[in-house]
Design a protein around this ligand. Structure first.
Ligand SMILES: NC(=O)c1ccc[n+]([C@@H]2O[C@H](COP(=O)([O-])OP(=O)(O)OC[C@H]3O[C@@H](n4cnc5c(N)ncnc54)[C@H](OP(=O)(O)O)[C@@H]3O)[C@@H](O)[C@H]2O)c1
Length: 210
């Protein structure tokens, strides 16, 4: 697949490197595609990546990943043009600046908000409930960490499920995009456990079933 990743920070880097390893071609959309950090990131993707502007990253991509801070999501989307029918993966969490909580919830979510800003796109929430560290390696002994995803378009969800599997997570379909209202507070629980309860960024959620 060809995956466009908007944002070259912790999440964008982890996903790009892992998808590059898995054989996908990766296009990083960046505010500074010629920057030294971005060049180093591209070099780490084993010849399977390029970097360009946000808008240039979009054409031909099977999936577009928005991996920017919540506060920059709307502006980032405003650079992209028409996203009708495109698969848009939303990794954001609507965190307060001091990480003490989230600014949306219960009756809406960042996932739903992004769907209104990216009108016509098939938004799938994913990669928001584990750390970038875990994205580099979701294997915990014999267990694969769970990665929840949700969205309203079945075909887009299949693409995202595949991309989740391709980097080694156990994908769990959490239902429609409104389930972002549950997945974003789950990410807040993750952050609370990681940074306030001493778990650190090398822990992950795992759903068990019998
Ligand atoms: N870190 C995690 O473990 C983690 C896990 C799950 C979900 N998330 C969520 O995923 C999203 C990305 O997180 P991250 O940790 O990758 O963030 P980050 O390390 O701060 O990187 C964000 C990237 O977004 C781009 N960007 C665009 N507009 C920006 C702006 N106004 N200010 C700063 N950066 C801007 C930048 O890339 P360019 O300079 O190339 O444009 C930047 O490198 C966030 O919404 C976060 O809540 C994070």
């Amino acid at each position: 697949m060809k995956v466009a990743i908007l944002g070259t920070g912790s999440v964008g880097s982890a996903l790009g490197i892992r998808w590059g390893d898995a054989g996908h071609s990766v296009v990083f959309g960046s505010r500074s595609p010629q920057g030294e950090n971005v060049k180093q990131l591209v070099a780490r993707c084993g010849g399977r990546a390029v970097a360009c502007s946000l808008r240039e990253a979009i054409p031909g991509a099977d999936a577009i990943v928005i991996a920017v801070p919540w506060g920059a999501a709307r502006e980032t989307l405003s650079h992209l043009g028409d996203l009708t029918g495109r698969t848009l993966i939303d990794c954001t969490n609507p965190l307060l600046a001091d990480l003490s909580g989230i600014e949306l919830g219960h009756s809406t979510s960042a996932g739903e908000q992004i769907a209104t800003w990216a009108a016509g796109a098939n938004v799938v929430k994913a990669f928001n409930s584990a750390s970038a560290k875990v994205m580099f390696n979701p294997q915990f002994g014999e267990h694969r960490a769970t990665m929840f995803y949700c969205g309203d378009d079945a075909a887009a969800k299949l693409v995202v499920r595949q991309l989740i599997e391709d980097i080694g997570f156990d994908p769990v379909d959490a239902g429609p995009l409104t389930s972002s209202r549950y997945l974003e507070p789950l990410a807040m629980l993750y952050i609370h456990l990681a940074f306030r309860q001493g778990f650190g960024g090398n822990c992950a959620f795992k759903i068990m079933k019998r």
